[in-house]
Design a protein around this ligand. Structure first.
Ligand code: PEP
Ligand code: MG
Length: 569
């Protein structure tokens, strides 16, 4: 039960005991209020409401209160320590229960415990929101929603124990242009406030208390990096074309609507992925969010007009949680996520679709569904869209036409059965982050298996080739918006497979444009074909490296040689 283990701190003054008791009672009150609020929010779902009732019962358990208070009084410990010990005991008791159903209810106890603990440690949330001097943030873990709420001006770097390089926290940090290194397992234990720290996001290196030589080396490296980046950025105005003159669409992945204003400056065309769930994650308290979404979409559509904006519908769940969506699952990436939540909770989803249809008249909107596994999901959305359009017409609400409807191919189910999806869709974008995760059965957020996360694994490449070929035959536009699209060794293969578009984090557009400009498409086609005969990701990497070694700029080759342990994507 690692997540609620806390250090023991013995109280010296008996007056502190009263203070700790008060903190515990206040945390209970805050936790109860939160549970009641969630309960009201999920009142339309019987299971959700029942679940919250169970949580409230657990929270109100007088025996648990007594145990915690006794520990504070008798052992002279802080409220969080007492809570962690009592929870540990309760969970131990659960573990010894024979009935598997009852034993599995320990997840509820753990959840309630985490909530109380979060409220006891609540000051941490405030500290994050109020960073007012340049700092490197070192943490065991960060939620994507916490990351999104951080002040970019003061954040020099992010370093975490957990996460993987394609976890949403890492993706966000990249979009925000903040150097980050994740999956270090135990850095939070060793770092302390006031310490000097080097964060090399390019090579995935973190150094605590660097010596003189290290400081000098990294200062020089940073200067070289800035100069090279500036040179690459000069390329922004140019069209994206391969060495042999083939145009490629290079677009941006964004999480915040304001990022759309930067797309042209960085040299991107349109927006290949707008991760709209962040709008909800950042303002979860807002009840009627149709208006907020409408304004965000309108802004983005106008900013890049006439280029397309691929608006992806909510991809909540997995590693992006809202309090109103209770998480009980042991494998959230395999559970109630993305389109599954949207179809089960159509109210919020309908309001997003309404917002998209209303905003569509301001630009070139495309609509994309995440985590599709069957054609039935697409058909359900089609019916909803027709229905909403009729509703808007009836009420005289101005709106655009129904946008082209596409899907993310990010599950093996969609990739392998693409033939049955093609008749119902207008375009495809490959989500290689999830496609890799689901193909290789590797949690993209777990540092323990990050070595196995490999988008160049033959099983992933074969699926990409299959999808690209089938869609080309059916004349369906196909792009890719996972992190693989900015992986220097994957780019020649993706072009070689015939993908039309690469969509990458805003700040990576200049680098990717530069790489595309030195690749010969005919040669890339040969590389891609040959790669399908190879037996492992490592073999494929070596093979592509040979091709790009004399072509890519030094700074990018440097990046490629980074530690094999952090393959990146
Ligand atoms: C993906 O899975 O590759 C993708 C682009 O979507 P996300 O990273 O938001 O899950
Ligand atoms: Mg995805």
């Amino acid at each position: 039960m690692e997540e609620i283990r806390v250090k023991k701190h013995v109280l010296k003054d008996p007056a502190e005991v009263e203070y700790e008791l008060k903190r515990f009672r206040e945390a209970l009150i805050r936790s109860r209020a939160e549970l009641e609020k969630i309960s009201a929010q999920v009142s339309d779902i019987i299971e959700g409401k029942q679940l919250m009732e169970v949580h409230i019962l657990l929270l109100d358990d007088p025996a648990m209160h007594k145990e915690v208070e006794n520990r504070i009084r008798e052992e002279l410990v802080t409220a969080e320590y007492a809570v962690s010990r009592v929870l540990y005991d309760i969970l131990e008791r659960f573990n010894s229960i024979e009935d598997p159903y009852l034993r599995s209810r320990s997840v509820d106890v753990r959840d309630v415990g985490r909530r109380v603990m979060g409220n006891l440690l609540g000051t941490e949330k405030e500290v994050l929101a109020n960073i007012n001097q340049p700092v490197v943030l070192v943490s065991n873990d960060l939620d994507p929603s916490q990351t999104a709420g951080l002040s970019r001006d003061q954040l020099l770097g992010i370093v975490t124990d957990l996460g993987g390089s394609t976890s949403h926290t890492a993706i966000l940090a990249r979009s925000m242009g903040i150097p980050s290194v994740v999956a270090l397992k135990d850095v939070a234990e060793y770092a302390h406030p006031g310490q000097t720290i080097i964060v090399d996001g390019v090579h995935g290196v973190v150094i605590l208390d660097p010596d003189e030589d290290e400081l000098e080396y990294y200062t020089e490296l940073k200067d070289r990096y800035n100069v090279a980046e500036a040179e690459i950025a000069l390329n922004a105005e140019n069209e994206t074309v391969t060495e042999d003159g083939q145009s490629i669409e290079l677009s941006a992945n964004i999480e915040f609507s304001q990022e759309a204003d930067q797309v042209k400056r960085f040299g991107g065309k349109g927006i290949g992925l707008f991760r709209t769930e962040f709008i909800r994650l950042l303002s979860p308290e807002i009840e009627d969010d149709e208006e907020i979404h409408y304004r965000a979409y309108r802004h983005v559509l106008k900013a890049v007009f006439p280029e397309p904006v691929i608006i992806r519908t909510f991809d909540l769940g997995g590693d992006k949680f809202l309090e109103s969506i209770p998480t009980l699952e042991r494998n959230p990436f395999l559970g109630w996520r993305a389109i599954r939540i949207c179809l089960d909770r159509p109210l919020k989803f309908r309001s997003q679709l309404r917002a998209i249809l209303r905003a569509a008249r301001f630009g070139n909107a495309w609509l994309m569904l995440p985590m599709i596994t069957s054609q039935d999901q697409v058909l359900q959305v089609k019916v909803m869209l027709e229905d909403i359009k009729a509703e808007l017409e009836e009420s005289g609400t101005p709106h655009g036409s129904i946008p082209p409807l596409g899907i993310m191919v990010e599950t093996p189910a969609a990739a392998l059965a693409i033939d049955f999806l093609i008749p119902h869709i207008d375009f495809v974008s490959i989500g290689s982050n999830d496609l890799t995760q689901y193909t290789l059965a590797v949690d993209r957020g777990s540092p323990y298996v990050s070595k196995l996360f490999d988008s160049l694994h033959p099983s992933v490449l074969w699926q990409i080739e299959h999808v690209a070929r089938k869609c080309r035959e059916a004349e369906i536009w196909t792009g890719i918006c996972g992190q693989m699209a900015s992986n220097p060794l994957a780019i020649p293969l993706l072009l070689g497979f015939g993908l039309k578009e690469l969509s990458v984090s805003l700040t990576l557009i200049p680098d990717v444009k530069k790489m595309i400009s030195v690749i010969n498409l005919k040669e890339a086609e040969v590389l891609a074909r040959e790669s399908l005969m190879m037996e492992s990701g490592d073999e494929i990497r070596k093979y592509v490296l040979k091709y790009v070694e004399s072509r890519y700029p030094e700074i990018i080759l440097d990046e490629i040689h980074r530690d094999n342990n952090d393959r990146g994507n």
